[in-house]
Ligand binder design. Structure first.
Ligand SMILES: *[C@@H]1O[C@H](CO)[C@@H](O)[C@H](O)[C@H]1NC(C)=O
Ligand SMILES: *[C@@H]1O[C@H](CO)[C@@H](O)[C@H](O)[C@H]1NC(C)=O
Length: 439
């Protein structure tokens, strides 16, 4: 509680208006960009709001959500790192205190982004990247004050796969002079870089954490082996279907483990597949709907769309999310390890960060693809021993380990699942500051 006298003093000095206007209308901007004919992409920028530095002295962070079909403007913003939480209360660990944050609803059809017709959906990560380049070109030519500010891309899950591809396109575009931007690095959080390495390690990970018995380990292993064969034969749509079946096997033998955090299980959210259910519909139920909870949808399609004022009448936040996923299904299981290689060789700063309790993108799977990198710095990186980081709110308690060598870094975030900022907000904020060279 603020004592009355302080409040009136603050009112007199005009300071209080800052905290009370929710959201801070003068510190935000948003718009649509038509990235292809009939394909409209939505972005929402929060200017950094720090006591000690103006926004021009702080970095710009773009946040990309997973799915594909998950919305950064909704989930990332109100459930993870934005200035307000889902109840529109200030978030203590908001990233806006240390960076300007740009949420983009991508691919087209995600969140408030939309397409006028079925041709507008992207079907591969190359289109996702070229669409984003159109958006970034618009953004940096409209917001010229951001051209020289260090620009970082942070991502989660499938967002990491998109972030890798976008980063490569962006660094080429900057070299060719077609985008003016001070690109400073990319951070890949619990990222779908090598889908097969994730699937192949589910069994061992669950077995060592007492979530599978020997029979379960064998069953999950055989299901995963089928995914492997499909990927090796480059049958990627089939691989996506078999990935879905492997998840069903995992759910059966673990009594419905939560793929996003093995230590939390919500009985209401357990997915039960039904015989003959279309696998795309099943995967949308498993991985798209949790990003569109009823309360988040009500917020986005209620007060938020009203505040934004530019959302077309027939566009619903999340209305095309499942179509986004189904159009990308044939590309979903393709790895992008080589894209990360190219980024590292090009000298782009790349960080991988992963939550200890994440199953869908477990840390051992990440270790496996990192060891496949052809980047010349890898032996040097491997030789280093990691360093512990204290949990910012519990000094003396390890919150993470990290290792950095040349332009590559890895953060192991403890007690976090797939959505690291939701699970470990203070640690996530601290890591963001370290990656953006503020700590
Ligand atoms: C919205 O309405 C316009 C005009 O009728 C139409 O062209 C467009 O396809 C609709 N968009 C969506 C997302 O339904
Ligand atoms: C990459 O990170 C290193 C620190 O690890 C830093 O010195 C360098 O300036 C960064 N590069 C860019 C382009 O920001």
């Amino acid at each position: 509680m603020v004592p009355t006298w302080t409040l009136s003093l603050l009112l007199l000095t005009g300071l209080v208006t800052k905290g009370l206007s929710i959201p801070l209308a003068d510190k935000e901007a948003w718009n649509y960009v038509e990235v292809r004919e009939g394909a409209h992409m939505f972005w929402w920028l929060y200017y950094a709001d720090s006591q000690s530095a103006g926004y021009t002295e702080l970095p710009l962070v773009m946040w990309l959500q997973g799915g594909p079909g998950g919305s950064g403007s909704g989930f990332g913003n109100f459930e993870e790192i934005g200035p307000l939480n889902r109840d529109l209360e200030p978030r203590k660990q908001s990233w806006v205190q240390a960076a300007s944050v740009l949420f983009v609803d991508n691919p087209v059809g995600t969140g408030f982004s939309y397409t006028d017709g079925p041709d507008g959906f992207a079907t591969d990560v190359a289109t996702v990247a070229s669409d984003m380049l159109v958006l970034l070109k618009h953004f940096f030519s409209e917001k010229t004050d951001f051209q020289s500010i260090p620009f970082y891309i942070f991502s989660e899950s499938y967002g990491g796969k998109m972030a890798a591809a976008i980063s490569l396109e962006l660094s080429n575009a900057i070299a060719q002079g077609t985008v003016k931007c001070n690109f400073a690095g990319v951070a890949l959080g619990d990222s779908w870089i090598s889908p097969l390495d994730s699937v192949m390690t589910w069994g061992p990970y669950l077995y060592t954490t007492s979530l599978l018995d020997d029979n379960g380990l064998a069953a999950v292993g055989s299901a995963a082996e089928m995914v492997k064969q499909a990927v090796e034969q480059q049958q990627f749509l089939k691989a996506t279907e078999l990935w879905s079946m492997t998840e069903t096997v995992v759910e059966q033998y673990t009594n419905g483990v939560n793929f996003y955090n093995i230590l939390t299980q919500d009985p209401d959210e357990k997915v039960r597949s039904s015989v003959g259910e279309d696998f795309i519909a099943l995967q949308a139920r498993r991985h798209i709907r949790p990003l569109h909870s009823q309360s988040l949808s009500q917020l986005m399609n209620g007060p938020i769309r009203k505040k934004l004022g530019i959302i077309p009448q027939n566009v619903t936040w999340g209305g095309q999310a499942e179509d986004v996923f189904s159009h990308m299904a044939g590309d979903f299981m393709r790895p992008v390890v080589d894209v990360v290689n190219q980024l590292l060789i090009a000298g782009v700063n790349v960080t991988v960060y992963n939550g200890q309790l994440d199953l869908i993108v477990d840390t051992i799977g990440q270790e496996l693809w990192v060891k496949q990198l052809k980047w010349g710095g890898l032996p040097g990186f491997n030789k280093l021993t990691w360093r512990p980081l204290d949990d910012p709110i519990a000094p003396g308690v390890t919150g993470a380990f990290y290792k950095t060598y040349k332009n590559f870094a890895f953060y192991w975030i403890l007690r976090a699942g797939h959505m690291i900022p939701s699970d470990q907000g203070p640690m996530a904020l601290q890591m963001m500051k370290m990656i953006t060279q503020q700590a």
